[in-house]
Design a protein around this ligand. Structure first.
Ligand SMILES: [Zn+2]
Length: 329
């Protein structure tokens, strides 16, 4: 018999949705430091799908897609449960910056899991989030994008285990680029893997693509993928859809700016399979002269591209993957 689900301060009776937070501490001004969450407790037993947004505070696709998912779910028909964490890193999100500007020591929350209970501020947030997630989650999805600097297109990082690949494939037809995680440490996905649980990190969007209709489309596309995951794991009725084939590889590099200047990508270079030396972008001087050309370092696929035209030496420019195999099942 399905019971009340208690996650942090949220208490969801069977067939209901509850809102609450994971407490972390107190701000100097007296308000709480906490991680807000939405808990949907379904009608019957099934897996608990845990979805994290805004681990990076300049990536707003996560909260939007969790809101859009929850609008479309009826707790009286769900098997299992869904926990949505729209904004994991609240202070970073309030500032719309990648990390919390008040934490100069552990700025990037996505590199420090499982955190430390007695660590710097962001490490404590990671620790509180990690302990709660590991206790409850059967499946975890972290939602990322190009944030304030770039656009990332329909890519996901997965753990190369049978369960990890199964979850990645369950995202649906448009999610046909599967990249092995570039690090086995530091992210919620890595922390889930350490506990033998499947998790993925998905990448779609960026602040350069938040025009109202486009932003809505991105949120809906992600929510559709989460509904597809729920169909795949029989959490809701309906037939899941899959890609016909998947490109499987790894993020081999992020091309960093060889010089500062004005960033000008080649139109349509994004998410096309390209051969070595294909021109991807140019950097111009402040007088409009050519300062550098960015070319494909080897055969592969640029799945993310800088969109902020002001570029400084060493900035992220092109997120670049190599395809190692194509699979059809
Ligand atoms: Zn991110």
């Amino acid at each position: 018999m399905k019971k009340e689900l208690v996650v942090g301060t949220a208490r969801a009776a069977t067939r209901t949705v509850a809102k609450g937070a994971v407490p972390v501490g107190t701000r100097a001004g007296g308000g709480p430091i906490e991680i807000p969450l939405v808990v949907l407790n379904g009608a019957d037993d099934g897996p608990l799908l845990w979805i994290d947004g805004a681990i990076h505070g300049d990536e707003h696709e996560g909260p939007l897609s969790i809101f859009r998912l929850m609008e479309q779910l009826d707790p009286t028909t769900v098997r299992g449960a869904v926990v949505g964490v729209p904004v994991v890193n609240v202070a970073a999100w309030e500032a719309s910056t990648r990390g919390n500007p008040a934490d100069l020591f552990t700025y990037d929350l996505n590199r420090i899991y499982p955190g430390r209970p007695d660590g710097h501020l962001t490490e404590r947030i990671a620790d509180a989030h990690h302990r709660t997630m590991i206790e409850h989650a059967d499946l975890e999805v972290s939602i990322h994008s190009g944030g304030a600097h770039s656009y990332l297109a329909w890519a996901q990082f997965y753990n190369p285990t049978p369960e990890g690949i199964e979850l990645a494939k369950a995202m649906g037809p448009q999610w046909d680029l599967l990249l092995k995680s570039f690090s086995d440490r530091g992210s919620p996905m890595a922390a889930m893997k350490a506990k033998g649980k499947p998790a993925i990190t998905v990448e779609l969007g960026g602040l350069g693509d938040t025009f109202p209709t486009r932003f809505r489309e991105t949120g809906d596309a992600l929510a559709r993928a989460f509904l597809n995951i729920m169909r795949h794991y029989r959490m809701i009725d309906g037939t899941p859809q899959y890609a016909k084939r998947w490109m499987v590889g790894q993020q081999k590099t992020v091309i960093l700016a060889p010089t500062s200047g004005f960033w000008l990508p080649v139109p349509d270079a994004l998410r096309q399979r390209v051969t070595q030396d294909t021109l991807l972008a140019r950097i111009l001087t402040v007088h409009g002269d050519l300062a550098a050309e960015i070319r494909a370092p080897y055969d592969g696929i640029p799945f993310g591209m800088r969109t902020n035209p002001s570029v400084q030496l060493g900035d992220w420019c092109v997120f670049y993957g190599v395809i190692e195999e194509e699979i059809t099942a």
